[in-house]
Design a protein around this ligand. Structure first.
Ligand code: SF4
Length: 300
C-alpha cells in the first residue's frame, strides 16, 4: 500500500474509481506576465504557463470532446483548467469558459489552477455555485511561504495575499489545493520545513509538490547556465518530500509529488525524467522506516 494519502485513493473512495484528467487551455493569460502585477512571469514558467503539454488555440469544448471521445463508457473525468491563471477574467467570462468545458455528465470535478491575487468574493461566489453540482478544487500556486524567495522567483505577491484568498475560498466552502516547489533558488531545507509548517495552519484539501526543474526558454535557464542556480539532486528531493509527507495532516490529499517537464524542453536535472524511480524511492523510504503520511504532524 502507498504510505501516503494519494489522489487516486481519494478518488476511488469518493467516486468508486480513478478519474481521468482533461487538461484544458482556457485561453487565459496571467497578471504576472501582462503587466498588471508584473512582466516576464515566474522565473520557471514556460511560454504556455505551467501547462506545457497542451496544444494551443483549440476551442475549450473541442479540447474536452476530443479527450472524452477516447474513453467511451463508464469513465469519469476531472476538467482541469491548467494553463496560466484560470480566474483572471471577469466573472461572466469565467462562467462562459467553465461551461464550455462541462459538456458531459461524466465530468465530476472542476479543477482550476490560479493565483491567490486573482481570487475575490465574486470569483469565490461563482465557484461556490459550481460546487453545488461538481466537486470544485482551486489550486493556488504558493510555491514557498518565504516572501524573500517569492521576490527571487518573481511570484508577484506576498504570502498575506495567499492567506486572504484561502480565507475567501474557505468561507465559500471551496476546496483548496496548494502548490509547492522544492529547491527554489537560495532556499535551504529549513525554508522548505517552514513552508510545510506554514501550510499546516490552514484547513486545505490537498497539496501538490514538485522539484524545481529548468525548462528551456525560462529565466531560470539563464540562471542555471550562468551558474547562479543549481538544481537539487534526486536524494535531496526525496528527503524533502519524505519530510513533507511525515509532517502534513494525515488526511491532506496528495495530488502530486513530482512535476513533469516535456522531455524536449527539460534542461536540468536529468533525473526529473525518472518519475517512477523518484516516487518509488519516496515510498520505499517511508516503508523502510515503518512510517506513513502524518506520522510526525504537529511535531518538529
Ligand atoms: S503565476 Fe503561473 S502562469 Fe503566471 S507566471 Fe507564475 S507560473 Fe506562470
Amino acid at each position: 500500500m502507498i504510505p501516503y494519502n494519494n489522489l487516486n485513493g481519494y478518488l476511488r473512495k469518493t467516486y468508486g474509481a480513478r478519474l481521468n484528467k482533461i487538461c484544458i487551455d482556457g485561453g487565459f493569460t496571467c497578471p504576472n506576465r501582462d503587466g498588471r502585477c508584473g512582466i516576464g512571469g515566474c522565473i520557471f514558467c514556460g511560454e504556455r504557463g505551467a501547462g506545457d503539454h497542451i496544444a494551443e488555440k483549440i476551442p475549450i469544448g473541442t479540447q474536452v470532446k476530443t479527450y472524452i471521445d477516447r474513453f467511451p463508457g463508464d469513465v469519469q473525468f476531472i476538467a482541469y483548467f491548467q494553463n496560466f491563471t484560470n480566474t483572471y477574467a471577469p466573472v461572466e467570462t469565467l462562467r462562459q469558459r467553465y461551461d464550455e468545458a462541462l459538456i458531459d455528465p461524466r465530468i465530476k470535478v472542476l479543477e482550476i489552477g490560479t493565483r491567490p491575487d486573482c481570487i475575490d468574493g465574486a470569483v469565490a461566489e461563482l465557484l461556490a455555485e459550481y460546487d453545488k453540482k461538481y466537486d470544485v478544487w482551486v489550486e493556488l500556486g504558493l510555491q514557498t511561504a518565504n516572501d524573500r524567495t517569492a521576490e527571487v522567483i518573481n511570484r508577484g505577491y506576498s504570502r498575506d495575499v495567499f492567506e486572504r484568498a484561502v480565507d475567501i475560498l474557505l468561507k465559500h466552502g471551496v476546496k483548496i489545493v496548494v502548490h509547492l516547489i522544492v529547491g527554489l533558488p537560495g532556499e535551504t531545507f529549513d525554508d522548505f520545513r517552514d513552508t510545510i509548517s506554514y501550510i499546516n495552519r490552514f484547513p486545505l484539501f490537498g497539496v501538490k509538490i514538485h522539484s524545481l526543474y529548468v525548462m528551456k526558454g525560462t529565466k531560470l535557464e539563464r540562471m542555471f547556465r550562468e551558474g547562479s542556480f543549481k538544481p537539487q539532486n534526486m536524494e535531496e528531493y526525496v528527503d524533502s518530500v519524505v519530510y513533507a509527507l511525515l509532517h502534513i495532516r494525515p488526511d491532506l490529499v496528495v495530488h502530486r509529488l513530482k512535476g513533469d517537464c516535456p522531455p524536449d524542453l527539460l534542461v536540468a536535472p536529468d533525473w526529473n525524467r525518472s518519475k517512477d524511480e523518484v516516487l518509488g524511492r519516496i515510498s520505499d523510504k517511508l516503508r523502510k522506516a515503518g512510517l506513513r503520511q502524518g506520522d510526525m504532524y504537529g511535531r518538529p
